[in-house]
Design a protein around this ligand. Structure first.
Ligand SMILES: Nc1ncnc2c1ncn2[C@@H]1O[C@H](COP(=O)(O)OP(=O)(O)O)[C@@H](O)[C@H]1O
Ligand SMILES: [Mg+2]
Length: 428
């Protein structure tokens, strides 16, 4: 096509081709500017979504603080800045295509005029002139689509790059390939050191061994790193120094399935899933039969309340388990752990948030299920771990004392002081 034009009249051909580099350069500049605006729109919509998500989950807190007005204002603000960001992007995007069309129209008109003038002057034949007009149109008109394509591309890129950023996040935990057949459940923390990224050191030189089948109580003040120890055991993080081992194997060498499959965790805030009570308990072991589920509920002392629910076992728990009391939720969590029947049981402040009656019930359940199982009971209240085979005190990043309740009480460490405060022998 170009060849035809150049052979006909190179001046006219030049006129037809001239707008092409201008349009392409302009498009690239535009692309860079609209890309920034589209990313801003994606960012704003993410802010708005997370605010709404938080508000829906925290609706009880919001209402109890009568903070509805404040939250409405925040949503309004987020939604306004989303709209503004969108407007900025649309303003640029809407002007781009017409500008390209104008440039093309300009080139087309110039081409027609100059070509027409050349034809009148007799410099080119009439036939050549019509070929030029026709061909210029064929050459330039598709360029109008270029703008639309660039716009679509940037819009898609803004979304894609958010997803790709996530995918690019390095996978921190790479599982090992040792499978454990028969887990006895000996756990040891060996000279363990850990800190969260960009935070102060949490653990430094933690040494603690829990022999298979024994019950160890772990106490320590809030923020001393008790939950962190559990997270290291389950490999949600890896230690900076030292190691955690299960039956003598470094947890980093084990498959995640054999590691996590060996541990039942009951934590302070239990997650129940939408679905029936039965489904939630079955979560611990989906292939269990009805009899095992009922037995697990019985051990967890959850049976009476489950049977008194309007639809019994089929009662829908609702999102986040909101329709049950804290104590009831915790009993379901224990039943779930019982059903999982793992060799290691970890209770992380499982009884901290419940009433006295539930705590007593949970303690009875724990005593039953800890038989023949390695059990780690983390508690703030010392009375919860009083009967453990060994009690370990975590303070200043390491285990400062270990022993039975009596042994620790007769020592002169942190434990006797904590005990005195908690039993009311001395005032805080
Ligand atoms: N995901 C996290 N990122 C950064 N710091 C954390 C994280 N989780 C806990 N921490 C910090 O680590 C310390 C120990 O926390 P944690 O193990 O939860 O204590 P405990 O369970 O004994 O109350 C605290 O100072 C806490 O702020
Ligand atoms: Mg904790």
């Amino acid at each position: 096509m170009g060849a035809i034009m150049v052979s006909v009249a190179h001046e006219v051909a030049l006129l037809a081709i001239l707008p092409v580099p201008i349009i392409v350069t302009g498009s690239f500049i535009y692309q860079r500017r609209i890309g920034v605006r589209y990313s801003k729109v994606r960012g704003k919509v993410a802010d708005l979504n997370s605010l709404l998500n938080n508000n829906l989950h925290g609706i009880t807190t919001i209402k109890s603080f009568t903070a509805e007005k404040r939250e409405v204002d925040r949503v309004e603000e987020a939604s306004t800045s989303y709209r503004e960001a969108n407007r900025e992007a649309i303003r640029l995007s809407a002007s781009f295509v017409p500008i390209i069309r104008m440039a093309i129209l300009f080139a087309f008109t110039a081409n027609m005029l100059v070509g027409g003038w050349f034809a009148l002057e007799g410099k080119i034949s009439l036939g050549a002139y019509s070929v030029i007009v026709f061909i210029t149109q064929r050459l330039l008109w598709p360029l109008t689509r270029l703008g639309e394509t660039f716009d679509l591309y940037q819009r898609a890129m803004a979304s894609t790059s958010r997803v790709l950023d996530l995918l690019d996040t390095e996978i921190g935990i790479v599982e090992g390939d040792t499978k454990l057949e028969q887990v006895k459940g000996e756990i040891s923390f060996n000279d363990l050191g850990f800190s969260y990224p960009d935070r102060e050191t949490v653990l430094e030189g933690v040494n603690l061994t829990i022999p298979a089948g024994e019950t160890v109580g772990l106490v320590g003040s809030t923020g001393s790193g008790k939950t962190t120890l559990v997270r290291l055991l389950l490999r949600f993080h890896d230690p900076n120094s030292g190691s955690v081992s299960l039956d003598g194997h470094d947890v980093r060498d084990l498959t995640l399935e054999s590691l996590r499959g060996s541990v039942s965790l009951v934590s302070q805030t239990t997650t129940l899933f939408p679905g029936s009570v039965r489904d939630n308990i079955l979560y611990g072991n989906p292939s269990a039969d009805d009899e095992a589920v009922v037995e697990a509920a019985r051990v967890a002392e959850a049976l009476p309340f489950i049977e008194s629910l309007p639809r019994g076992w089929d009662t829908d728990i609702g999102e986040g388990g909101h329709r049950l009391s804290g104590g009831q939720r915790q009993r379901i969590a224990i039943a779930r752990a019982v059903l999982k029947d793992a060799p290691v049981l970890v209770l992380d402040e499982a009884t901290s948030n419940v009433d006295n009656e539930t705590e007593a019930a949970l303690k009875r359940s724990i005593e039953k299920i800890s038989v023949g199982r390695t059990t780690l009971i983390i508690a703030h209240r010392l009375s919860t771990v009083r009967n453990a085979d060994t009690i370990a005190v975590l303070g200043n990043g390491s285990i400062s004392e270990t022993g039975t309740h009596e042994e620790l009480l007769s020592g002169n460490g942190l434990y006797p002081r904590l005990w005195a405060v908690q039993t009311g022998e001395v005032s805080q």
